[in-house]
Design a protein around this ligand. Structure first.
Ligand SMILES: [Fe+2]
Length: 144
């Protein structure tokens, strides 16, 4: 069933490492979306949410290191946005103790925490690389 939370090519930045990590974030989200609210245990949910939270932090760290490397001008602002996403995500999750509640709110949480950020903010990285002719082969995105 389509949830609107699937990965799509419209999210591609053309920077291989970032794209791979973004794709993997969507994959984890898909696992939460497909959890059976009746038969899945809270422990299962807790584990996947923990994985998502950890992977998100890891990804932000790698992305920020890359932005530093390529001299991205709005690095501090971008870092601040990443911090806000983590806080928003953690607050939303903490306030939603059941699988059904998480799944109901998931679309809103992920849209705000992941999709809007990629579309509105990470796309500026793509634009910057294009206008500054950053050689994305020369600056290697280190996957940690
Ligand atoms: Fe970002």
């Amino acid at each position: 069933m389509a949830t609107g939370l699937e990965w799509g090519d419209q999210y591609l930045l053309g920077i291989k490492g970032i794209d791979e990590q973004h794709r993997y974030l969507f994959e984890i989200v898909g696992r939460i979306a497909s959890l059976d609210a009746v038969t899945s245990s809270k422990e299962e949910l807790r584990q996947i949410l923990g994985e998502l939270s950890r992977y998100m932090s890891e990804h932000f760290r790698d992305e920020e290191a890359y932005l530093q490397q390529i001299g991205f001008p709005e690095l501090e602002y971008h870092k601040k946005l990443h911090r806000e996403i983590i806080e928003f995500f953690n607050a939303s999750i903490t306030n939603s103790p059941t699988i059904a509640m998480i799944q109901t709110k998931l679309k809103f949480i992920i849209k705000k925490a992941l999709i809007d950020h990629i579309i509105n903010e990470d796309m500026k990285i793509k634009l910057y690389c294009a206008t500054q002719q950053v050689d994305t082969d020369e600056y290697v995105y280190d996957l940690g």
